[in-house]
Ligand binder design. Structure first.
Ligand SMILES: Cc1cc2nc3c(=O)[nH]c(=O)nc-3n(C[C@H](O)[C@H](O)[C@H](O)COP(=O)(O)O)c2cc1C
Length: 220
């Protein structure tokens, strides 16, 4: 079982968000998972320029650190996404990574994977965990839960969030092991699949790779 943690604070080892990502990975490791941590701020990932080449061919034209990370994401059973709150959203580094995964939404490429999300903020970490929860569900993954801390609430807030993150890691590993079904998420995702399959059908001429992808799945 492979669980990947992605931290998107530019503050390196001083990051409180990184602390929460590590806590989830520690919890998952104690439950038997193989874990890996990536600091996305150490990578060179360019902006998506909406060329749609990935829709057509299944791969991005840009030669940077994205391809390796995307392979890691797609070969993981579980992914932990962590970002500080920067102006009521994720950091630019996290958003740049998400934008580069544009084909993941059309093809629902995180289907069968389990995610959890962590965030810290001055006040209002839920803005970021809610955002990440919604995006990961839209990519097709089941979201197991989230943990976060608002630093204005004092040191006990991050300590509590860290304890919760360790438990979250254990839940993540257990859910992967038993292939837990999240019924309401699955129902929402079945509607999403229908929507994206019809979108891809309508764009058959341009989005050749995505059309073939769904064709191989018998449009299910
Ligand atoms: C550019 C910038 C924008 C920020 N915007 C917000 C914000 O909108 N809301 C908030 O609660 N905190 C905001 N913060 C505070 C950070 O979210 C907070 O300090 C966080 O814990 C930093 O996480 P880190 O230690 O992982 O880097 C901002 C910080 C920076 C540097």
């Amino acid at each position: 079982m492979k669980i990947l943690g992605i931290s998107a604070s530019p503050r390196g080892s001083k990051s409180q968000t990184l602390r929460l990502v590590k806590a989830v990975l520690d919890g998952a490791k104690s439950a038997g998972a193989d874990v890996e941590l990536v600091d996305v701020c150490q990578l060179n990932i360019e902006y998506c320029n909406a060329c749609q080449v990935c829709f057509k061919t299944g791969a991005c034209n840009k030669k940077d650190d994205f391809q390796d990370l995307y392979e890691k994401i797609l070969s993981s059973d579980g992914i932990v996404w962590g970002s500080p709150n920067y102006f009521r959203s994720v950091t630019a580094q996290m958003k740049t990574l998400i934008d580069r995964m544009a084909d993941a939404i059309h093809c629902q490429l995180l289907t069968g994977k389990y995610c959890c999300n962590v965030a810290t903020a001055g006040h209002g970490h839920e803005e970021v965990t809610d955002y990440l929860n919604a995006i990961m569900m839209n990519f097709g993954a089941f979201v197991v839960g989230s943990s976060g801390a608002s630093m204005s609430e004092g040191p006990q807030a991050i300590e509590e969030a860290e304890k919760k993150a360790i438990l979250l890691g254990k839940t993540l590993a257990e859910d992967i092991r038993v292939k837990r079904d999240y019924i309401s998420q699955r129902e929402m995702q079945e509607e999403n699949r229908q929507y994206f399959m019809s979108l891809v059908k309508r764009n058959k001429a341009e989005w050749e790779h995505e059309y073939e992808y769904w064709n191989k799945l018998n449009w299910k």
